[in-house]
Ligand binder design. Structure first.
Ligand code: PHE
Length: 453
């Protein structure tokens, strides 16, 4: 079964690590993680989050890459192959369908938020040439959200960037780009961290992030932390499975999996440590920032550091979002190419257009439709909640059950030749019991919390 993928292959182990890290590290780490921690009690949230990464995230990451490499096709078709091989039902391919649905929903709002970062980068760029810049961050952000046209424009630009790479195929643009962009992002975060130290709030920020108040852990926090773990590692929607399909045979899956998870978690924690001191300095308290957190707090720091830092930060964040968004579009594109005679370019454009249209709901949720609030949340928050906190864990749960109970041991062992019997057994136990139970309990408690049960 181990042919190359018809879509192309990563040229090396490093290329995969960069692409997968590029997928994992994105808005989730620098925009979403800090504001979720801010809204969900800090340390309590971070603790549950780290537990989810360790006990559920890494094992499922390994499972996803493995399924991809074993199937060598888009998720739906890979799973059909593997299921047939192991005598399991074809219905397991619904994992791939859920993944594509989640991909469209996530990319729809992801692109809108990435549009904000593009807009901010543009404002700082213009400032270097005499533009006004961002004097009052709250007002700038408010005005942006109120302007459906502006939001739609930047959402469109970002979607065009995304489709541009996916249409070209993964190896060309992507491999080369991530190689120096990811290190550049890291340097930028370190510069921000350096600035944060000058605020004198690093201790406070660290305490907020790392000292858990256990009384704060409830169903809502559990669901948010688990959803974020899946979101940040790009799990549960088959993005990593798709990237795994292009992974050369001789690469160790556990090793690349752990590397990607460490890089992703490291960036999130570093971002928290860099951003919260600034939040405390300029917004007064670490809590209650909401989705606007970095867009309203960081500009105050950039006013002191210089517009060039603002430009670099938001440009790099846009790029980090870009290397993630392509992995959101790739699974459905690969699927269409396999199932139809449509070319990759047309398939990618079609999916991007569809997703862009869905994204208009998120755009309008900040202005013309801001009065529509199902479950007390904006439309964008509802889409985010449905996709991140529900569909991703559900996808992850199904992947674990499928791998744990239905795929033949031999098929699994074949893909993991380098692990000891003990580690292999431990991993299968996680797939069979630990992950399904933890994710299942998290899902049920989260849904109950949502509906006030
Ligand atoms: N992991 C990405 C981030 O943190 C988002 C993402 C989710 C990408 C799911 C692909 C699949 O920004």
């Amino acid at each position: 079964m181990d042919k190359a993928s018809i879509h192309g292959m990563w040229s090396s182990r490093l290329a995969f690590i960069l692409a997968a890290t590029g997928s994992a590290v994105g808005l989730g780490n620098i925009w979403r993680f800090p504001y979720l921690a801010s809204d969900n009690g800090g340390g309590a949230f971070v603790l549950v989050y780290l537990a989810c990464i360790l006990f559920v995230g890494v094992p499922i990451l390994v499972a996803e890459i493995l399924l991809g490499r074993r199937g060598r096709m888009s998720p739906v078709n890979s799973i059909i192959r593997i299921a047939a091989d192991s005598g399991a039902s074809r219905a397991w391919s619904s994992i791939g369908w859920i993944g594509m649905l989640a991909g469209v929903l996530i990319l729809s709002f992801y692109s809108v938020v990435a549009g904000w970062t593009l807009y901010y980068a543009w404002l700082y760029f213009a400032q270097l040439f005499g533009g006004a810049g961002i004097a009052d961050a709250g007002a700038t952000f408010g005005a942006l959200l109120g302007d459906a046209g502006e939001l739609t424009f930047w959402h469109a630009i970002f979607m065009v960037l995304t489709v541009g790479v996916v249409a070209l195929g993964v190896e060309k643009g992507l491999e080369r780009a991530v190689k120096f962009l990811m290190p550049a992002l890291l340097l930028m975060l370190l510069a921000l961290l350096g600035y944060s130290f000058t605020t004198g709030h690093v201790g406070e920020a660290a305490a907020f992030l790392f000292v858990p108040d256990f009384s704060k852990i409830d169903g809502g926090v559990m669901m948010a932390a688990m959803g974020q773990a899946f979101f940040s590692l790009s799990l549960g929607m088959c993005a990593m499975m798709t990237y795994g399909a292009y992974l050369p045979k001789d690469v160790s899956i556990p090793r690349v999996g752990v590397t990607v998870a460490l890089a992703d978690t490291g960036v999130a924690l570093l971002a928290g440590l860099a951003i919260f001191p600034i939040v405390i300095e300029f917004l007064g308290a670490p809590t209650g920032g909401g989705p606007g957190l970095i867009f309203t707090s960081l500009p105050s720091a950039f006013n002191q550091m210089g517009a060039i830092f603002g430009l670099l930060f938001f440009a790099l964040l846009s790029i980090a979002a870009w290397t993630s968004s392509i992995s959101l579009l790739e699974p459905a594109t690969a699927f269409i190419v396999e199932r139809t005679s449509i070319t990759r370019k047309v398939a990618a454009c079609g999916m991007a257009l569809l997703t862009w249209i869905v994204g208009l709901v998120s755009v309008l949720s900040f202005n013309h439709w801001s009065h529509i609030r199902p479950f007390g949340l904006s439309l964008m928050d509802n889409i985010e909640l449905l996709a991140n906190d529900f569909l991703l864990p559900l996808g992850g749960l199904l992947i674990a059950v499928f791998v744990g109970w239905f795929v033949s041991r031999k098929a699994l062992r074949d893909q993991l030749p380098d692990v000891s019997d003990g580690v292999f057994t431990a991993w299968t136990v996680v797939m069979r019991f630990v992950a399904p139970i933890l994710v299942g309990v998290g899902l049920v408690r989260g849904v109950m919390a949502k509906f006030g049960m």
